[in-house]
Design a protein around this ligand. Structure first.
Ligand code: ADP
Ligand code: 5GP
Length: 205
């Protein structure tokens, strides 16, 4: 029997530190795949096409959407974002561990359409700190930062579908909590099929 992969869906207001936490997690757990989304947003200076996102035009995105290419999609801060369906269904079927980084609308669609996964919402410690982090990242103009902060309040108040809440105040403490979640989820019986039989047969080691 194949173990079920851990399908971790993470949402957070932009700037809360989700990408930083995901990078740390993938470094420690290289068995996690990361679903690369499509977006119409412009790449940031350090972003690479096919690594952080597939960067496409609005027309290309709409064509993919019309072809039923996405498992979910949403318009976030004025840009389109979408998760390719085949990639995640294949990973789930093959029992691979997978991380999905989507906004709250996307997480809700994944829950409704795929009905699998562990859903985590990451909070910033305050809106003031969120603004500081967005400014420090330096990738958005002031108007974009205001838009992201307005959206942050909406997302924080509409996150009822999540299984776990985590506050990213100190990054090391927040990461410690994230890795605890992953380690605990890996202990679920469905991720360890046949374990009692192996132990009973003396074949666990
Ligand atoms: P997101 O992916 O949620 O938009 P990022 O991971 O890009 O956010 O983080 C936004 C900025 O905040 C980055 O410059 C990152 O280095 C910084 N950051 C992340 N977590 C923390 C933290 N706990 N304390 C201070 N700065 C942080
Ligand atoms: P950013 O532009 O800062 O990379 O991401 C902005 C927002 O878009 C974040 O909340 C992020 O989680 C969300 N996002 C990234 N990829 C996807 C996706 O494929 N689908 C959805 N619905 N949201 C996404």
């Amino acid at each position: 029997m194949k173990p079920e992969g851990l399908f971790l869906v993470i949402s957070a207001p932009s700037g809360a530190g989700k990408s930083t936490l995901i990078r740390m997690l993938c470094r420690e757990f290289p068995d996690f795949g990361f679903s690369i989304s499509y977006t119409t947003r412009q790449p940031r200076p350090d972003e690479v096409h096919g690594r952080e996102y597939f960067f496409v035009s609005r027309d290309e995105f709409l064509e993919l959407k019309a072809g039923n290419f996405f498992a979910e999609w949403a318009e976030v801060h004025g840009n389109f974002y979408g998760t390719p369906k085949d990639q995640i269904l294949q990973s789930i079927d093959q029992g691979q561990n997978l991380i999905l980084d989507v906004d709250v609308q996307g997480a809700r669609q994944i829950k409704e359409n795929i009905n699998r996964g562990v859903f985590l919402f990451v909070f910033p410690p305050s809106l003031e700190e969120l603004r500081n982090r967005l400014k420090k990242r330096g990738s958005e103009k002031d108007a974009d930062i205001d838009r992201r902060l307005e959206n942050a309040v909406i997302e924080m108040l509409a996150n009822g579908i999540f299984d776990y809440w985590l506050v990213n105040d100190d990054i090391d403490r927040a990461y410690e909590q994230l890795r605890s979640l992953v380690l605990a989820e890996k202990l679920r019986p469905e991720r360890n099929p046949g374990l009692p039989q192996k132990i009973a047969a003396g074949k666990w080691f």
